[in-house]
Design a protein around this ligand. Structure first.
Ligand SMILES: Cc1ncc(COP(=O)(O)O)c(C=O)c1O
Length: 357
């Protein structure tokens, strides 16, 4: 049986599994903000038409400078991409022919993009899934043999946050053994940003931070992400010219002003996280200690994960399977924290499954 490599696009999942698409679908497989785009984006939308006829600024200005100001770094340390996904492809090109370690389970695109560029990939499994705990000492031993280490923080698919302190220890060691550290902060804007390593960019030349505008601002269809690093200009030649559209540039600038919107989204997801964690624990599930807008869970062993997944799909509830996450092998499910009424349906269907099986 084939499963799609990513969440979202639920219809293709139904098609691949040969299932009829129900009339209503609740897609909890993608992690985009359920609030939709900020009001300012809706208001500005029609005036964006002028940007359509012109080539955009090659450096994605003024978005690049505004992102730099937002994170208090200099614009030369920022380079924008057509989504963080494009930045990952560029980083894979940059590390072509080298050896890169992945702290896993993690976002499947790291492995795919790196292998495509003939990078040797070393898997480093965490010691515990729910806490995403790993030993710094063990990691350091591996780093001595690596050109780079990828770490997703908060981690996709667990949502667990690794402390800035622990990453700084790795950066310090990486500096000695010439190992770069790529920290993917695509979901950091769902936290209070205290553990973001962006303030360390000016101190560590070997630090490469990745950010995405997709999840928090519901801009998944627009494609906008960026890298922050002292090495940013070394990546410039690896991106296509005009890779960020004029519309993305303008929307990105508007979204960076949306402080109340982000605060509301964080509060909502924190509330949902507590509620869904409690609910799943009542049903004896293992639940990850997430700080993001999704969490990972595993049903008690008596339930077959494939039957559970299919049962929910038939009732229109789409979870993110974990068949292509190293170390999870389809036994866990990632669930996005969406609107209360959608989460209530998820709870209802899970309850029904447990009662009937
Ligand atoms: C951890 C992580 N990094 C990067 C990306 C890519 O994000 P973007 O939509 O900005 O390309 C994703 C998308 O799901 C992700 O989960």
């Amino acid at each position: 049986m084939h499963y799609p490599a990513h969440g979202a696009n639920a219809e293709s999942l139904y098609q691949m599994l040969g299932l009829k698409v129900p009339e209503t679908i609740i897609d909890l497989s993608e992690n985009v903000n359920p609030a939709g785009v900020p009001q300012s984006v809706r208001q500005a939308w029609t005036s964006m038409i002028d940007a359509v006829s012109h080539y955009p600024n090659e450096q994605a200005e003024p978005f690049r400078s505004q992102a730099a100001q937002f994170h208090q770094v200099i614009p030369e340390q920022v380079i924008a991409g057509n989504g963080a996904a494009e930045c990952l492809m560029v980083l894979a090109c940059y590390f072509s022919g080298k050896t890169v370690g992945l702290v896993e389970p993690s976002f499947s695109e790291y492995r795919r993009t790196l292998l495509q560029e003939k990078v040797q990939v070393e898997q480093i499994l965490v010691d515990d899934i729910c806490t995403y705990r790993f030993s710094t000492e063990k990691l350091k031993k591996q780093m001595a043999k690596l050109d780079a280490l990828y770490l997703c923080n908060p981690n996709n698919p667990t949502g667990v946050l690794t402390s800035k302190l622990q990453i700084e220890e790795l950066l310090e060691y990486g500096r000695k053994v010439e190992c770069a550290i790529v920290v993917d902060e695509a979901f950091m804007d769902w936290t209070d940003e205290v553990e973001s390593v962006i303030p360390l960019v000016s101190k560590y030349e070997n630090l490469i931070v990745l950010r995405s505008m997709t999840k928090m601002y519901a801009l998944a269809g627009i494609r906008l992400g960026y890298i922050i690093s002292q090495r940013a200009q070394q990546f410039a030649g690896l991106f296509p010219h005009w890779n960020v559209s004029g519309v993305a540039i303008q929307l990105g600038c508007l979204c960076l002003q949306e402080h109340l919107y982000t605060e509301d989204a964080r509060q909502h997801s924190a509330k949902m996280r507590r509620d869904i964690t409690e609910f799943l624990q009542e049903y004896r599930c293992e639940v990850s200690n997430s700080s993001a807008n999704f969490l990972l869970f595993k049903l008690p062993a008596i339930y077959h994960p494939d039957f559970f997944f299919a049962y929910l799909l038939k009732r229109g509830v789409v979870l993110r399977h974990t068949k292509n996450y190293t170390g999870l092998d389809g036994k866990w499910f990632r669930v996005a924290l969406k609107r209360p009424e959608q989460m209530n349906i998820f709870k209802q269907v899970l309850k029904e499954y447990v009662q009937n099986n």
